[in-house]
Design a protein around this ligand. Structure first.
Ligand SMILES: [Zn+2]
Length: 77
């Protein structure tokens, strides 16, 4: 579940801001994205397992904020 992964990454300070390299402090507007696939006359909704979130750095002197589907790229091990 992506929301839990994002929460854990932020709480564990593993979501890193690309600008100041400090841990991202918060996020907002989490949303699962669903791809609609046309199959003849039917429209099937297929869960693409993608999700979009707005990441907010929140550290002093850093105004980095990004709405992204590629939030996994900002998580470090
Ligand atoms: Zn930052």
């Amino acid at each position: 579940m992506s929301l839990q992964i994002i929460k854990d990454a932020i709480e564990g300070k593993k979501m890193i801001c690309p600008k100041c390299k400090k841990a991202v402090q918060k996020f907002e507007k989490f949303a699962e994205t669903i791809d609609a696939v046309r199959d003849g006359f039917n429209v099937q909704e297929i869960d693409s397992h993608a999700s979009r979130v707005t990441l907010i750095c929140g550290n002093d002197d850093c105004a980095w904020k990004e709405r992204t589907e590629y939030w996994e790229n900002y998580i470090v091990d």
